[in-house]
Every structure is written in structure tokens, then in C-alpha cells.
Design a protein around this ligand. Structure first.
Ligand code: GLU
Ligand code: ZN
Length: 290
């Protein structure tokens, strides 16, 4: 049975890109007689707000999307992430990182140009009593599991988690990071198909590695194109795209908005978009909100 999920972080209001992810995940489950789950990714206790959870629920109803089963909140599952973290620590793959935000920003803007990933400053430094997050020693982890791949729509992708560097698996203020929580939860909830934006494609390489280390099942991935505005620019909040709540309050018909997204309006032109049989096909160069 197909199981998909929509997994928003309640740190702000949803916009059209979230609506597209939710609709595609919902429709894939419905087309296959499967289940569509709602998971609230609220491990960030300082930025998550209950009022945003309430708005997410209203937004989904407005779009005409219903989910199956109880809403899962990551804040209620911290012990699971801690257990997974402990397992990785036992494997000797984690180290403490004491760097401050400023130090990391500094290290990543090296004289020879910005570097893409954390350069491993704290790997091998003596343990001390100071606030720290936990990072994975990516080279050691990759050496342990060997070559991995995942599917993105119909394509097979060779996983390259090394390019993401020694990512954080537990934050200074939480026993998990996005990467760890999402991997543990997709497995725990029996998610067979992860539908999410192309902006999370790189993260999937890390998730695939964690699945191998933690011996978890591997879902199929569907990284959909990102919405673009009439100017071809990515529709994101910084371009002043309206939130779903604002559209609702302005009296727009959410089901009509969903129908336009299903028809392909506003889809970008990234490889892999809309290629699955369960997803609507995508016109060549559509735009939204022109
Ligand atoms: N919580 C993530 C976000 O809102 C999405 C997680 C996912 O789909 O894997 O960006
Ligand atoms: Zn560090």
C-alpha cells in the first residue's frame, strides 16, 4: 500500500509551494488507494508555534485535502530520535561540535571562496564541558556502508552524502536535527513514497545514508519542481508570494487554487517533475500568479 505524507514545519505560514507538495502527496496516495499522513515537524521548539499548526490544518481543509489517522508531532517523539542517535554514537560515527554560528560562518567563508559544507573543525578535538551539537563523520559513515542509491521518480540516483559534509544530527537545543527526525519518522510511519520539493533533493542523499546505517526501509522519492512566478523566478516568501492564509482571508476558493496547481500552473522546469504516473503531467513552461 502506498503511504505518503505532508510534513510542514510550523515555523511560519504555508505558501503555494507547500500547497503543491501537499496536493501531490495527497493525490498519489488517493490514486493508489493508500494513506496520506500529516506530520508536524516541530523539533525546533523556539521557532515552532501552535498557532501555525492550527493554520496548517485550516489551509489543508481550504485546499480540500483530508489526511488519514492522527497528526504526528515530532516534539512528542524526541525519545525515538535520541535512541537512533545513541545507536549511531555506539558505531563511533558521531562527534561533538562546539562551534558557534559565527565560527561556522567564518570557517565556511574561507579566503579561497565559500565552502559548501562544514569543514570538520571539531573532528578529533578533545572533549570539553561546553554546549555542543552532534555531527556525523561523513567519510567514516560512507566507508562503513559503501555505495548507495535511491530513486527520484523513475531515475536511479547514486547517493553522494559526502558532498553534504559532516551534517548535524542533534542540535545544541534538541536531541535531533531535521535529517535524523525525518529519516526515523518516515520509516516509523511506513512511508513508501516521499513527495517533496526539489530543494530537499540534496538532503535525500543524507537520509539515504542514515537509512543504511540504521537499517531502515528505503522509500521511493519524488522531488517535484519548485513553483516559479511569471518572471521565472522561484516562488518563495522573499518574492512577496502570498501565504495560503492570506489568500483564504481574501476570499479565494482553495479548491480552485488546488485545481490550478493540479493543472500544472506555476510548476518550474526541473528534471523529474511530474514524471510519475500517479502525478499530473506537467506542461512545458507554466507560471503561476501572472
Ligand atoms: N519539514 C520540512 C519543511 O517544511 C519538509 C520535510 C520533508 O518533506 O521531508 O521544509
Ligand atoms: Zn565545530
Amino acid at each position: 500500500m502506498i503511504v505518503t505524507r505532508f510534513a510542514p514545519s510550523p515555523t511560519g505560514r504555508l505558501h503555494m509551494g507547500h500547497a503543491l507538495s501537499a496536493i501531490l502527496a495527497h493525490d498519489m496516495a488517493r490514486a493508489g488507494g493508500g494513506r496520506f499522513l500529516l506530520r508536524i515537524e516541530d523539533i525546533d521548539g523556539t521557532r515552532s508555534r501552535d498557532e501555525h499548526v492550527a493554520t496548517i490544518v485550516d489551509d489543508l481543509a481550504w485546499l480540500g485535502l483530508a489526511w488519514d489517522g492522527p497528526v504526528v508531532r515530532q516534539s512528542a517523539r524526541l525519545d525515538r530520535y535520541a535512541a537512533a542517535l545513541e545507536r549511531l554514537r555506539q558505531m563511533g560515527l558521531l562527534y561533538r561540535c562546539y562551534c558557534t554560528r559565527a565560527e561556522i560562518a567564518d570557517a565556511m567563508s574561507a579566503p579561497h571562496g565559500p565552502v559548501a559544507a562544514y569543514p570538520g573543525t571539531c573532528r578529533g578535538v578533545p572533549m570539553r564541558d561546553a554546549p555542543h551539537c552532534w555531527r556525523i563523520d561523513m567519510a567514516a559513515a560512507v566507508a562503513r556502508v559503501g555505495a548507495l542509491s535511491f530513486t527520484d521518480y523513475a531515475r536511479t540516483i547514486a547517493a553522494d552524502p559526502l558532498a553534504q559534509g559532516d551534517v548535524v544530527l542533534a542540535r545544541k537545543d534538541a536531541p535531533a536535527s531535521y535529517h535524523l527526525a525525518v529519516t526515523v519518522d518516515d520509516a516509523a510511519q511506513g512511508v513508501t513514497d516521499v513527495v517533496r520539493g526539489r530543494d530537499l533533493f540534496e538532503a535525500t542523499h543524507v537520509h539515504r545514508l542514515l537509512q543504511a546505517l540504521l537499517e531502515l526501509p528505503v522509500p521511493r522519492y519524488h522531488h517535484h519542481a519548485l513553483l516559479t512566478g511569471a518572471d521565472g523566478e522561484r516562488l518563495a516568501k522573499r518574492h512577496g508570494a502570498p501565504t495560503l492564509a492570506a489568500m483564504r482571508e481574501a476570499g479565494e476558493d482553495g479548491r480552485a487554487v488546488a485545481a490550478r496547481l493540479r493543472a500544472g500552473e506555476g510548476w518550474g522546469d526541473m528534471p523529474g517533475a511530474g514524471q510519475s504516473v500517479a502525478l499530473p503531467s506537467r506542461p512545458a513552461h507554466p507560471t503561476f500568479g501572472s
